[in-house]
Design a protein. Structure first.
Length: 397
């Protein structure tokens, strides 16, 4: 027999720092439910009770019904987990039974009350749930009291993730932006401004701030995405051989294996992400440039070519300077082009950067970031990617 952990038996995932507070909220709500139970069923100590789905745990946050019925000698507990160790804590329980809630094997009208708390959502399919309810009604003489988590309560106590249970079932993955901490160094603040620019992050810049909710036809960053474990394992997790763009490859595999795959970006599901300082950020852009061939995808149309824009621009400049034109005219044309590009960058930054000094420094760093990206592309074209990519990325961390 498999030995289940406390978390697997109770469906309670421990969350550091706030676990105690969550348990107090849960206990408070279960106490309220018990008061409703007593009032609605006219419960008294002589009623025979069958508790279906008794939790295999000694924690006082579970099995409130057993704690409140210690004066009753006609309490029966049924679960698909072993409950033998509960006998010492709840000696008044007449019998602990290991059995399936859909087929209790009791006679019809065997109990005054059938009680089942937060169990029906775990029995499986819709048909299983119907069968479960029918069995509860069959063995109960007077009352069936069934509870299940409130869909409209903002926190799902199984996952501890706010709002995730409000999402449509057809969504396979949900994620959101990674935003900078409110307290950060000046250098980190500048890099966070740069990452929000189209001239650094391209069409994926929406992931760097709380942009409007959307379905993703690209991919979500691995630092902030939520998915079911079975979907993750369906693709054997992240590809450990891919050092840059492992999240992009994961989404590529998921789209191949899951029909009508959908990923939702939601601004309400955000994480605070520590930004790199300027030097580390530039090294990161250098490492991203080495992933040139992996990043470009012809099937994505124009968006698929965006990662190749820096290196492509570099080669166009090289070709331009080899044209039969006066050198000073070439320089003039290039400077005019760079001026207008940086003017666009300035107006883009003005949407979210107020300080002129911050804008100016951000423009300089964005230009340097693109130069580093070009150098990374050159490293790849020279066949040095396998040697340098990982070393550069580790230096950027």
């Amino acid at each position: 027999m498999t030995n289940l952990s406390e978390e697997e038996k109770t469906f309670w995932k421990k969350v550091p720092l706030i676990d105690g507070m969550l348990k107090k909220i849960l206990r408070y709500n279960r106490e309220k439910i018990h008061k409703i139970f007593v009032k609605q069923t006219n419960y008294n100590g002589n009623n025979s009770i069958l508790d279906i789905g008794t939790t295999s745990s000694l924690d006082d946050n579970h099995n409130i019904i057993l704690q409140k019925t210690r004066d009753n000698k006609n309490v029966f507990c049924l679960s698909n987990h072993d409950l033998f160790f509960l006998k010492k804590k709840y000696p008044h329980v007449k019998q602990f039974i290991k059995r399936d809630g859909e087929m209790t094997n009791f006679e019809k009208d065997n109990f005054d009350i059938v009680f089942t708390s937060a169990t029906i959502e775990h029995v499986g399919s819709y048909n299983n749930q119907i069968n479960f309810i029918r069995e509860c009604v069959r063995v109960s003489k007077n009352y069936v009291f069934i509870t299940t988590p409130n869909k409209y309560y903002p926190l799902d106590f199984h996952t501890k993730i706010p709002l995730i249970h409000w999402l449509p079932k057809k969504i396979h993955i949900v994620g959101g932006p990674n935003i900078p901490f409110t307290k950060q160094s000046y250098s980190e603040k500048i890099t966070s401004f740069c990452k929000r620019s189209f001239f650094v992050s391209g069409h994926l810049k929406y992931r760097k701030y709380k942009s409007p909710e959307r379905y993703c036809d690209d991919y979500l960053e691995s630092c902030n995405l939520i998915m079911r474990r079975d979907l993750f394992l369906k693709c054997n997790g992240m590809n450990q051989k891919v050092y840059i763009g492992e999240d992009k490859e994961l989404f590529k595999d998921l789209r191949k294996k899951i029909k009508n795959f959908k990923a939702l970006f939601s601004q309400s599901i955000f994480v605070y992400h520590k930004q790199r300082k300027i030097l580390k950020f530039l090294l990161q852009r250098l490492s991203y440039g080495t992933a040139l061939f992996f990043s470009v995808n012809f099937k994505e149309g124009i968006k698929g070519f965006i990662p190749a824009v820096p290196i492509g621009s570099f080669f166009l400049i090289v070709i331009f300077f080899n044209l039969n034109l006066i050198f000073i005219n070439k320089v003039y044309i290039l400077l005019c082009l760079l001026f207008f590009i940086n003017l666009f960058i300035y107006f883009e930054l003005s949407k979210y950067v107020k300080n002129f000094k911050d804008k100016l420094l951000s423009i300089i760093i964005i230009n340097l970031a693109n130069v580093m990206h070009i150098l990374g592309g050159v490293i790849t074209l020279l066949g040095l990617r396998k040697i340098l990519e990982r070393k550069i990325f580790l230096m950027s961390r």
